[in-house]
Design a protein around this ligand. Structure first.
Ligand code: HEM
Length: 492
C-alpha cells in the first residue's frame, strides 16, 4: 500500500529486503555505521532499510548528503519523533525534540547568540581574546598540573576522568559562570555517566523503532531516563539561582542572557516572544549537554592516537616549539600557523568519526532526492562515517595519516581536503557549536602538548576498539603516563 503512494515516474529508494516485523534490525545490532556503509555499496547513496516495521532512509556520499542537507535543507530539516528523545529535557530539547518549525528556528537563534556572546566574541572582561580562550587555556593548564601530580602519586592514570571535568568546566563557566573542583561529586556523577546517554541516543536503537520493546524492562533505558533526570536537575538548580540573583545591568553568562531575553527585550527575534519562558531558559540544558561529551570524546581519541603514533606526537611538538616556543602559552591566534597540528585534528575527526551519524533527521514534506521519491516524516540517517572512509574521496582511508591534509610543500592545511571531513553535520541543522568545538580542541591539545609528552606504561597497550553510540567511545585506559617536556635548546 505504501508503494501506491509513490507518484508516477518516481521510485522508492532501493534497499535490503529484511525480515517481516523485524526488518533489518538484526543486521544493525552491532556497528550500524559499518553495516550501513557496506549496504550502501550495494544499494547506493540513497537507500532504504527497515528497523522493525519502520522505514528509514540512509544517506551516504558527500555529494548526496550536501544535496539533502544544504540544497534541499528545508525538506530534510526535521527530527523524527523517537521514543528515547521524549526523555531529553522533558521532551522539549532544541536538539532532540521533533520541532523544526518557527519555534525551533527562534530557539536555535537565541541559543546561538547567547553561546557566541559568552565564548568567541571578543570580551573586554578578560585579557584573553575571548571567554572561550580564557576558560579553555585555564582548564588545560590545570590539567597539565593534575597529570604531573598524578604521575608523582600513581605512576599512571586514566586521562578521560580528568579531561571530562575540565571540558565540562569550560562550558559550565560559559553557561553558569561557575567551575567545579575535579572531586565535585555532583558534577562527576553527571559527566562520568554520559555514556548512558550516548548508548541509548545512538542511531538505530531498536527501542526507538519497535514499539513493543518500549514496554519491556530495559536496564539501558532506565539508566538513560535517570541520567536525563539528574542532568536536568543539575542545570535547573543553576537556573533557579540565576533568577534569584539576576541583575539586568550585569549579564554574567549564558543563563543570564537567556533570562534577559525572556524578561527584558526579546531583541533577537520577534518570534521569541511566542516561545514560553521555560523553553528559552531550558536551552542552556542543550548547550551544556552538547558541549561536554563531544569535545571530551574528541580530546580523548586524540590522546589515544598520540600514544599509538609517537612520531606524530613528536612532529606536533616540533611545530609547537618552532612556532610558539617556550616563553608563552598557545593562543587561538596561533591556529593558522600550526598546519600539522590542524591536520592532526582533522585526521582524528576523520579516522575516528566518533559521531558516525548525525542526530537523525526527518523529512518535513514529500520530496525527491537523486530521482527517488521520499515521503514526508521519513526518518533519515546521515552516515558521516561512510563519507570519512569513502575510497572515492580518500586514499587509503583506513590509514591514520595527518599529512593527507597538508599542502604539497607542507606549509599549510589543504582547505579543500579539510572540508571533506564530515563530523558536525551540514546545513541549517548542523552543529550549533562547531566553531567553539574546533577552537576548544585546538587550545586543549596545544596547551597539553607544549608541556607534556604522552605515552602508556611499558608493556601496556591502548585498546582502540570503537564502542558504538551517538558519540563513539574507546575503552578507558588507566596506563597513561606523561613526562614534562623541557625546552629544546637550539644548536646555535
Ligand atoms: C548538533 C557534532 C560540539 C552544540 C550536532 C550534530 C552533530 C554535532 C553531528 C547534529 C547535526 C545534525 O543533526 O545534522 C559535534 C561535534 C562536536 C560538537 C563532533 C565536538 C567536536 C558541540 C559544542 C556545542 C554543540 C561544543 C555547544 C556548546 C550543538 C547543538 C546541536 C548540535 C545545540 C543541535 C542543533 C540543532 O538540532 O538545531 N553537533 N558537536 N556541539 N551541537 Fe554539536
Amino acid at each position: 500500500s505504501l508503494r501506491q503512494r509513490v507518484p508516477k515516474g518516481l521510485q522508492s529508494p532501493p534497499g535490503p529486503r529484511g525480515f517481516p516485523i523485524l526488518g533489518n534490525v538484526l543486521e544493525l545490532r552491532k556497528d550500524p555505521h559499518l553495516v550501513l556503509t557496506r549496504l550502501s555499496r550495494l544499494y547506493g547513496d540513497v537507500m532504504e532499510v527497515r528497523i522493525g516495521t519502520r522505514p528509514v532512509l540512509v544517506l551516504s556520499g558527500l555529494d548526496t548528503i550536501k544535496q539533502a542537507l544544504v540544497k534541499q535543507a528545508e525538506d530534510f530539516l526535521g527530527r523524527p519523533d523517537l521514543h528515547s528523545f521524549h526523555y531529553v529535557t522533558d521532551g522539549k530539547s532544541l536538539t532532540f525534540s521533533p520541532d523544526s518549525g518557527e519555534v525551533w528556528r527562534a530557539r536555535r537563534k537565541l541559543a546561538q547568540n547567547a553561546l557566541k556572546t559568552f565564548s568567541i566574541t571578543p570580551s573586554p572582561r578578560v585579557s584573553s581574546c575571548c571567554l572561550l580562550e580564557e576558560h579553555a587555556s585555564q582548564e588545560a593548564e590545570y590539567l597539565v598540573t593534575k597529570f604531573l601530580q598524578l604521575m608523582e602519586e600513581e605512576k599512571s592514570f586514566d586521562p578521560y576522568r580528568y579531561l571530562v571535568v575540565s571540558v565540562a568546566n569550560v562550558i559550565c563557566a560559559m553557561c553558569f559562570g561557575k567551575r567545579h573542583d575535579h572531586n565535585d561529586q555532583e558534577l562527576l556523577n553527571i559527566v562520568n555517566t554520559s555514556d548512558r546517554f550516548a548508548a541509548v541516543a545512538a542511531s538505530g536503537n531498536p527501542a526507538d523503532f519497535i514499539p513493543l520493546l518500549q514496554y519491556l524492562p530495559s536496564r539501558s533505558m532506565r539508566l538513560f531516563i535517570d541520567f536525563n533526570k539528574s542532568f536536568l536537575r543539575f542545570t535547573q538548580k543553576f537556573v533557579k539561582e540565576h533568577y534569584q540573583t539576576y541583575d539586568k545591568d550585569y549579564i554574567r553568562d549564558i543563563t543570564d542572557s537567556l533570562i534577559e531575553e525572556c524578561l527584558e527585550k526579546r531583541v533577537v527575534t520577534n518570534l521569541a516572544a511566542q516561545v514560553p519562558e521555560e523553553n528559552i531558559v531550558n536551552l542552556v540544558n542543550d548547550l551544556f549537554g552538547a558541549g561536554f561529551d563531544t569535545v571530551t570524546t574528541a580530546l580523548s581519541w586524540s590522546l589515544m592516537y598520540l600514544v599509538v603514533h609517537p612520531h606524530i606526537q613528536k612532529r606536533i611538538q616540533r611545530e609547537l616549539d618552532q612556532t610558539i616556543g617556550w616563553e608563552r602559552r598557545p593562543r587561538l591566534s596561533d591556529r593558522g600557523m600550526l598546519p600539522y597540528t590542524e591536520a592532526f585534528i582533522l585526521e582524528v575527526f576523520r579516522h575516528s568519526s566518533f559521531m558516525p551519524f548525525t542526530i537523525p533527521h526527518s523529512t518535513t514534506r514529500d520530496t525527491v532526492l537523486n530521482g527517488y521519491y521520499i515521503p514526508k516524516d521519513r526518518c533519515v540517517f546521515i552516515n558521516q562515517w561512510q563519507v570519512n572512509h569513502d575510497e572515492k574521496l580518500w586514499k587509503d582511508p583506513q590509514t591514520f595519516n595527518p599529512e593527507r591534509f597538508l599542502s604539497a610543500d607542507g606549509t599549510e592545511v589543504n582547505k579543500v581536503e579539510g572540508m571533506k571531513v564530515l563530523i558536525f553535520g551540514l546545513g541549517k541543522r548542523n552543529c550549533a557549536g562547531e566553531t567553539i568545538a574546533r577552537w576548544e580542541v585546538f587550545l586543549f591539545l596545544t596547551t597539553l602538548l607544549q608541556q607534556l609528552e604522552f605515552s602508556v606504561r611499558e608493556g601496556k597497550q591502548v585498546d582502540m576498539t570503537p564502542l558504538y553510540g551517538l558519540t563513539v567511545k574507546h575503552h578507558r585506559c588507566e596506563h597513561f603516563q606523561v613526562k614534562q617536556r623541557f625546552p629544546v635548546k637550539s644548536m646555535n
